[in-house]
Design a protein around this ligand. Structure first.
Ligand SMILES: C[S@@+](CC[C@H](N)C(=O)[O-])C[C@H]1O[C@@H](n2cnc3c(N)ncnc32)[C@H](O)[C@@H]1O
Length: 256
């Protein structure tokens, strides 16, 4: 278990751990994280029909996942600031086990449920109902007082490619050539970062995979802590974050 982070950028700060997030989170001070933005395993033993990556994820078996989500939510609650939020991907509809429902029922024991978002990602494979979306649960400690910085007044709980500039999963920025079997679009993570944080906030992704949240944070000038248990994904995340530049308007001294 490696409990020492690699600092891969100083400003905005990006520090990443190759480790088990349940162990690393214990070392994070109380009320120090402004946003948890993450995409944990969904408990479905997933193998992607879309990417070349056929490997399975750690802690993605239903039993392992169920064991993990309670301590995970407890840690999120401890380390978030009083107005901090948690945006957590948690699967689509269908399948043998209603994992979105299971996750939400557990989450509301610890948090206020702000919204369940739908990310409309593509028209899926299959017969009859084709899976076309994923849910993201958005949580806060306080039901009224939480970080929310959208100024458009058009912030929908459906996030979709065509209207909101998030690439469709297949054939877009995330797709067949992804380096991780469940890689998310950078634009999806950027959208949530812009809604729930401001420059210089500290964002945690404890299941960072190929580092998409870290890339989005660096582009937007947010400080980032990322944790990944699998060495090969950790190395991909490290390279992707290192190769990212901060948007000019998000750099130090430039007011957005
Ligand atoms: C759904 S994927 C995240 C993909 C990511 N959003 C991306 O764009 O690449 C979940 C990741 O969590 C990692 N993981 C599973 N259990 C973990 C744990 N206890 N601590 C840290 N990482 C873990 C898996 O190896 C996997 O890469």
């Amino acid at each position: 278990m490696n409990m020492t982070p690699e600092i891969i950028c100083e400003k905005p700060r990006s520090e990443i751990y190759l480790s088990d997030c349940l162990e690393v989170m214990k070392t994070i001070p109380d009320k120090s994280i402004d946003l948890v933005l993450t995409d944990p395993p969904y408990g479905i033993n997933f193998v992607s029909p879309w990417t070349k990556r056929k490997e399975k994820l750690q802690n993605d078996k239903l039993d392992d996942w169920q064991e993990m989500i309670i301590p995970m939510l407890q840690e999120f609650k401890r380390i978030l600031t009083d107005t901090g939020c948690c945006c957590c991907c948690c699967g689509g509809g269908g399948g043998k086990t209603p994992v979105t429902a299971i996750f939400t029922i557990e989450a509301i024991k610890h948090f206020n449920l702000i919204q369940t978002l739908v990310w409309k990602k593509f028209i899926g494979l299959g017969w009859r109902y084709r899976p076309s979306y994923e849910n993201m649960v958005v949580l806060s400690k306080d039901p009224k007082d939480y970080n929310f910085y959208d100024t458009t007044k058009k912030c929908s709980n459906v996030i979709e490619g065509i209207n909101q500039d998030i690439p469709q999963y297949r054939g877009g920025e995330a797709g067949f050539h992804d380096e991780h079997p469940t890689q998310k679009p950078i634009a999806l993570m950027k959208k949530l970062i812009e809604i729930h944080s401001i420059k210089d906030h500290l964002i945690l992704d404890p299941f960072m995979g190929s580092g998409t949240t870290g890339v989005a944070c660096k582009e937007l000038g947010r400080n980032f802590i990322g944790i990944e248990i699998e060495p090969k994904y950790y190395e991909i995340a490290k390279r992707r974050i290192q190769n990212t530049t901060t948007d000019m308007f998000c750099m130090e001294g430039v007011v957005k």
